[in-house]
Design a protein around this ligand. Structure first.
Ligand code: ACO
Length: 334
């Protein structure tokens, strides 16, 4: 196995949280013209979690962050930066990362920002954290992916409302540790010219502002060309994963666990096939949570770690794809 992979970005702790309320396929059958059979065969999703009224993106992020801090044996006062990936912020301004900072009481935090990279929000956050620890080796950076996807679902649109769920995942990234789990490498890519394939909020932004008293239409919610997104997801993630493996002198056999974005089981299967990855080494939880966008791989990583599916010395590959279009591949060593 090719080792001696150097890094200055250490993983101090992981955490995740999904809301308690379960939305099953049979419950969706009562809302739109769909069936459990269609949803399971086309997506692999059996159920997803949905927030209760009043529970926001920062609330989910708070619980996931506290769990990551606990695993890291750190206190909110140790956090120097917060980077939060989401497409469903609490409000337009301030950033949900600032709201999270206040909820955590992380008063020594220097910078708290949101990033809008769709489902790659968490992995893009890891790339920013990697840069920040280079210039600030004492940093303890809280990277979070948190989504209340249900807030942007049109529950009259069967093409999209069956696909998504709510949840949050978090990681603490620190510099200046001698050993322990670390970020080995990250590749990121953006294809803005394909942005029209997946859009949210075609009204209510500066392009088409709301006027007082105006009624929300379906344009406020998620719009997606599912078939095209599917094709670009499989091709884009496969190419990028081969590229990061090659760059680091690795083969799929060197990776102990592959954690792809949890959007659709058929995408995961097709991707594993293109990478010659046996499905036993691919982590899947899309059947339980649906697509939780920026939270997806953060939840899966933390869940897999807590379940003992990741051991010391294992190499883990994360792969994301999202609105933008955005792509990222990440190699971690535990
Ligand atoms: N229930 C029943 N029928 C449905 C449903 C539903 N929930 N949704 C769509 N259909 C119908 C369509 O209307 C269509 O009917 P028609 O043939 O009469 O027009 C038929 O099913 C087939 O539709 P397709 O779009 O071809 O179905 P496909 O097999 O491509 O599956 C899906 C659709 C699941 C959306 C798939 O394309 C997909 O997963 N795409 C990728 C989506 C994705 O991963 N998005 C997120 C990535 S980025 C991010 O996470 C932000």
């Amino acid at each position: 196995m090719a080792r001696n992979l150097r890094s200055n970005s250490y993983i101090r702790g992981l955490g995740y949280y999904v809301p308690e309320e379960v939305l099953t396929n049979s419950a969706l059958e009562q809302m739109v013209d769909t069936s459990d059979e269609w949803i399971v065969t086309r997506t692999g999703i059996k159920e997803r979690r949905i927030v209760k009224k009043g529970q926001s993106c920062s609330d989910l992020a708070y619980v996931a962050s506290m769990k990551a801090l606990e695993q890291a044996h750190l206190d909110p006062l140790d956090i120097t930066h917060i980077i939060l990936g989401t497409f469903t912020p609490d409000v337009c301004a301030p950033a949900t990362a600032c709201i999270l900072q206040a909820k955590l009481g992380a008063t020594d935090c220097q910078m708290a920002i949101d990033i809008a990279a769709g489902c790659s929000g968490f992995t893009y956050g890891l790339e920013l954290a990697r840069g920040l620890v280079k210039v600030n080796p004492h940093a303890n950076i809280l990277v979070v992916g948190s989504e209340v996807c249900s807030s942007r679902m049109n529950f009259n649109d069967r093409n999209t409302c069956v696909l998504f769920g709510d949840g949050a995942g978090a990681m603490i990234v620190s510099g200046e540790l001698d050993n322990g789990p670390k970020i080995i490498d990250i590749l990121v890519k953006t294809n803005g010219e394909l942005g029209h394939l997946l859009q949210v909020g075609l009204e209510g932004g500066s392009l088409e502002p709301f006027k007082v008293g105006q009624r929300v239409t379906e344009k406020y919610f998620i719009h997606m060309n599912g078939r095209e997104v599917f094709k670009h997801a499989v091709r884009g993630m496969a190419d990028m994963n081969w590229e990061i493996l090659k760059k680091n002198g690795l083969l799929p056999d060197d990776i102990s666990l592959f954690i792809p974005h949890q959007a659709n089981y058929r995408i995961i299967e097709a991707l594993a096939r293109k990478l010659d990855f046996p499905l036993e080494r691919v982590y899947v939880n899309v059947h339980k949570y649906g697509n939780t966008s920026a939270a997806s791989v953060a939840i899966a990583l933390s869940e897999a770690y807590n379940l003992g599916n990741i051991k010391s010395g294992d190499l883990v590959l994360l792969s994301t794809f999202g609105a933008g279009l955005t792509l990222a591949s990440v190699i971690l060593e535990f």
